[in-house]
Design a protein around this ligand. Structure first.
Ligand code: BTN
Length: 265
């Protein structure tokens, strides 16, 4: 039996925040984010929430694949993209703000130890629970407004770690009854509210919320360009601050990926 996705309830709850929003659930697609980016390039730029029970070509950051788990016909992952026009004064820190929003919905009292690994990963006890992919399409050259596509993938049920760079975590490890539709229903309204807040005020109101879950702060890190240093948290624009022998380095999300350094032997 197909999962109930509460489409009408979600559409009704989001209508005041995103007038004209369409909520679509599909059994299978290559990638919800690819689909919304294709539509944006074709001139279809109304707000859409597109949920897929299965993606055949899910995409992660830096051109990586995002593979979903499937469990006995039920989606063991939540994979969706939200597309909407947006014109914040400054886009920096948006993927961090989205991570904060999702983490606060999944672990409101911070009892599960859900942490944010800069810039866009959700981790629990050194394992990856989910990731966020932020993409934008220009609407008109020279115009501030862009079509934003926020893609989110979360592991809900158990999954194998074979072939993954980081061992997986899944939500049912601490919420045994969790299901993909129920998680979507829980996080989507706060997520849209937080995107609106970001639109008005940028990353600043999210900075303390991020700091409370910052996985890398105080840890030795290695950047993909080989630089090593100690992470000093994130700045007011969401940039990663790394103390290196050459001084404080400011890293923006487009430049590098960061992993915790292996502990000294
Ligand atoms: C990452 O970990 O680098 C980001 C993963 C983002 C995955 C989600 S799943 C829904 C949406 N569609 C995609 O193809 N990717 C995002």
């Amino acid at each position: 039996m197909p999962a109930p996705w509460f489409e009408d309830e979600i559409a009704e709850a989001l209508a005041p925040l995103l007038p004209g929003l369409a909520v679509e659930v599909v059994a299978e697609i290559d990638s919800t984010s690819s689909e919304l980016m294709r539509r944006a390039r074709d001139g279809r730029r109304a707000p859409v929430l597109l949920v897929a029970e299965r993606q055949t070509a899910g995409r992660g950051r830096l051109g990586r694949l995002w593979e979903s788990a499937q469990d006995a016909g039920q989606p063991a992952s939540l994979t969706f993209s939200l597309g909407l026009p947006l014109a914040p004064r400054d886009w920096s820190g948006l993927s961090l703000a989205v991570g904060v929003s999702v983490a606060d919905s999944l672990d409101p009292a911070r009892t599960a130890g859900l942490a944010l690994k800069w810039p866009n990963d959700l981790w629990v006890r050194e394992c990856k629970l989910g990731g966020i992919l932020i993409e934008t399409a220009l609407l008109q050259p020279e115009e501030a407004e862009r079509y934003l596509v926020v893609g989110i993938g979360l592991n809900i049920g158990p999954r194998e770690g074979d072939g993954l760079r980081t061992p997986p975590a899944w939500l049912q490890q601490w919420q045994p009854e969790a299901s993909a539709p129920a998680v979507l229903r829980e996080l989507i309204v706060p997520l849209v509210r937080d995107i609106r807040l970001f639109d008005e005020r940028g990353f600043v109101p999210f900075a303390p919320r991020f700091a409370a879950r910052d996985l890398l702060r105080g840890r030795e890190v290695v950047l993909t360009d080989g630089t090593e240093g100690r992470c000093e948290g994130v700045g007011w624009g969401g940039e990663l601050l790394v103390r290196t022998p050459a001084g404080l380095k400011t890293i923006t999300s487009a430049e590098v990926s960061v992993r915790p350094a292996a502990p000294a032997p």
